[in-house]
Design a protein around this ligand. Structure first.
Ligand code: NAD
Length: 279
């Protein structure tokens, strides 16, 4: 039963952390009422799906983890913090021997994977937790591997729109562009068009006003050399629930792997998808 799985969400006072904590409670998981936030940023309480979670600064994490590991020995940690904290947080979870799901993007990804592999701690690491988006990426990968050059000569236009606070180009858009390159399309990631202006997002991208603060709208348009054939791929995500749901699936998946004592320790969202539906 899911109620036997405890999950600690750092930091559930952040936007993604809060969405995950609420989805975890809704899925029947046992949400640990303690969470770590950035140094000196603690001392508050946040309600997540009816659970009052105490938010404690990172400077006190040793004593918090002592308590959590004692009271919830089978806990799984979820991390949605900031790119600058990715590597050090992962190293900390490893040092405490606690399985974790890392949803935070950025940081030194090669180092992250290396560290986790060496330590042999159970973990799911995925900068994109939206299962259906990951399935689309995997399908693009299969197409590129099987039919390299199939779209040679085609021109590509890529547009991605996100909330104006997102400064970098979408990592997912860059990953999809790599598959198009393998399919023979000449296109550089610098050519991806970023839309960040709210009025343009409403007018041109048709983003509902309610989601200007959180959306991921992507369009990839291909045109044949003579202009007689056009393809268009689109994935438009509003809000954060797709990522929150995928994270809960990753937690359930990881809890199962820990229970079974699986040989493989490190997983990504493709592994979670391949396992099939768990809910
Ligand atoms: P946010 O700013 O709302 O929340 C981040 C929280 O982390 C803040 O509350 C901050 O105080 C806290 N924090 C900072 N340093 C910390 C530390 N050392 N330890 C613990 N907590 C710390 O940001 P957000 O919108 O929730 O995004 C968080 C991350 O999740 C970003 O990297 C974002 O790109 C990523 N993200 C991933 C997915 C996915 O599918 N994997 C989806 C959406 C967002």
């Amino acid at each position: 039963p899911t109620s036997s799985i405890s999950v600690m969400v750092n930091d559930c006072s952040g936007k993604m952390g809060h969405a995950v904590a609420e989805a975890a409670v809704a899925a029947g998981l046992n949400l640990v009422p303690l969470a770590i936030t950035g140094p000196k940023m603690g001392n508050s309480r946040v309600a997540c799906g009816g659970v009052a979670v105490q938010i404690i600064g990172a400077e006190e994490r040793d004593s918090v983890f002592d308590r959590v590991l004692n009271e919830y020995p089978n806990v799984i940690v979820v991390d949605y913090t900031l790119p600058a904290a990715v590597n050090s947080n992962a190293e900390y979870y490893i040092s405490r021997g606690v399985p974790f799901v890392m949803g935070t993007t950025g940081g030194d990804r090669t180092k992250l994977i290396d560290t986790v592999k060496k330590a042999g701690t159970y973990a799911v690491i995925a900068p994109q937790m939206g299962k259906q988006v990951v399935a689309f990426q995997a399908a693009m990968d299969i197409m590129a591997q099987n039919f390299p050059g199939a779209f040679a000569g085609y021109t590509l236009k890529v547009t991605e729109s996100h909330q104006s606070s997102k400064v970098d180009t979408s990592g997912t858009a860059k990953a999809i562009v790599e598959y198009f390159q393998k399919l023979g399309v000449k296109f550089n990631v610098d050519e991806i068009e970023r839309v960040r202006d709210p009025s343009e997002q409403v007018r041109r991208m048709h983003v509902p006003e309610d989601y200007l603060g959180g959306h991921a709208f992507h369009t990839y348009k291909l045109l044949s050399p003579d202009g007689t054939v056009a393809f268009e791929f689109q994935h438009n995500v509003m809000g954060r629930s797709i990522y929150a749901q995928g994270t809960v699936d990753a937690v359930l998946f990881l809890a199962k792997k820990v229970r079974e004592g699986a040989d493989q320790k490190l997983y990504n969202m493709i592994d979670v998808l391949k396992e099939g539906s768990m809910r």
